[in-house]
Design a protein around this ligand. Structure first.
Ligand SMILES: Cc1cc2nc3c(=O)[nH]c(=O)nc-3n(C[C@H](O)[C@H](O)[C@H](O)COP(=O)(O)OP(=O)(O)OC[C@H]3O[C@@H](n4cnc5c(N)ncnc54)[C@H](O)[C@@H]3O)c2cc1C
Length: 306
């Protein structure tokens, strides 16, 4: 990517300057997948992302792969955010991982509890909740770094109530710098989350996570896993175009464009795209929004904020 955002810039500093655009990648597990990701990164470069985030396999299943991709991105002049999950790690392991990032010049970590890997009934929870990992990371990375947390607009699926989840979220977000949400399809879900946090006197930036739909079956599976509601109106719009993959994608891109435009109009601090390591849908949404043009809405919003 062009490297317009200096590598190692804390995301909190970028958010303070104006709306951000960012992408999530997962670490590739094969040469072929690595090649796909390299192409994706090159194709997304013109959008000049503020940062890109790299997922972590809960339990440490991608410990080395995540670290390698984060450090490679940094070396390529791209500002990385390293995801880290606490479950199934000792405090010493988590300390080693975060220290390794700090020493490599990584200034951004997304601190997560994570879910136990399949088949692990009694996972190690040396660091029990995400807020505890936020404190651990903060103690290592110190000033000049940003720590992010995850937010679930419709409430975390295992939470007894949305209200209880909001209270825990407000507490962990106050200990962190900003949040990134799980994907969702209705702007009201995001706006309600931000309102609820404000009512709890938490005013930290919350970046909405956007997943353009390119495949109906896949997105329904993801939504079921993450607890996101897949709205009937969107399913209907997608089913109406039948089995034609290009038409499904076009509807998905149109719906994501409408969602992003609503979020930006409502003052969202940026847009975080779940790319699934592909660039096309994200580029199409960005082009529709004018984000591929330095005079587009993100640029004007940033100018207004100055
Ligand atoms: C933006 C984003 C990125 C993600 N990236 C990854 C990734 O890279 N790898 C991965 O494996 N997973 C990832 N996840 C999924 C995440 O690990 C799961 O959603 C997990 O179930 C919860 O993690 P958390 O950090 O939100 O946990 P927490 O904030 O700890 O919350 C988990 C549950 O515990 C409750 N809770 C929180 N604090 C307390 C407390 N003090 N007392 C009692 N209850 C409490 C919450 O209400 C919630 O129900 C991501 C999710 C999001 C939204």
């Amino acid at each position: 990517m062009s490297g317009v955002t200096p590598v190692g810039t804390p995301v909190a500093a970028l958010l303070a300057e104006g709306p951000t655009v960012s992408f999530e990648f997962f670490p590739p597990r094969s040469e072929e997948a690595s090649a796909t990701l390299r192409t994706t990164i090159a194709e997304l470069a013109p959008l000049e992302p503020s940062f890109v985030s790299v997922t972590y396999g809960a339990g440490g299943s991608t410990r080395e792969l995540t670290h390698r991709l984060v450090v490679d991105l940094l070396a390529d002049g791209i500002n990385p955010v390293a995801h880290l999950t606490a479950v199934e790690h000792t405090v010493e392991e988590l300390t080693d991982i975060v220290t390794g990032y700090r020493d490599a010049g990584v200034r951004n970590v997304l601190a997560l509890r994570g879910d136990p890997p399949a088949g692990v009934d009694e996972p190690l929870r040396a660091v029990e909740h995400a807020i505890d990992l936020v404190h651990l990371v903060r103690g290592i990375v110190g000033e000049g770094s940003s720590v992010a947390v995850a937010a679930h607009p419709e409430g975390h699926p295992a939470s007894p109530s949305v209200a209880e989840d909001r209270r825990h979220l407000a507490a962990k977000l106050e200990a962190a710098d900003y949040a990134v949400t799980q994907f969702f399809f209705a702007a009201e879900d995001y706006l309600r989350l931000v309102e609820d946090l404000a009512a709890l006197d938490c005013h930290r930036p919350v970046l909405p996570g956007i997943m353009p739909v390119t495949n109906l079956a896949q997105i329904e599976r993801f939504a079921a896993l993450s607890g996101a509601t897949f709205p009937a109106w969107l399913a209907e719009r997608l089913r109406a175009v039948g089995d034609d993959p290009a038409a499904v994608r076009a509807v998905g891109v149109e719906a994501a464009t409408e969602l992003c435009a609503e979020l930006m109009d409502a003052g969202a601090p940026g847009l975080h795209f779940y790319t699934l390591n592909r660039s096309t849908a994200t580029r199409e949404v960005a082009a529709n929004l004018g984000l591929d043009d330095s005079t587009g809405p993100m640029a004007s919003a940033a100018d207004t904020n100055q």
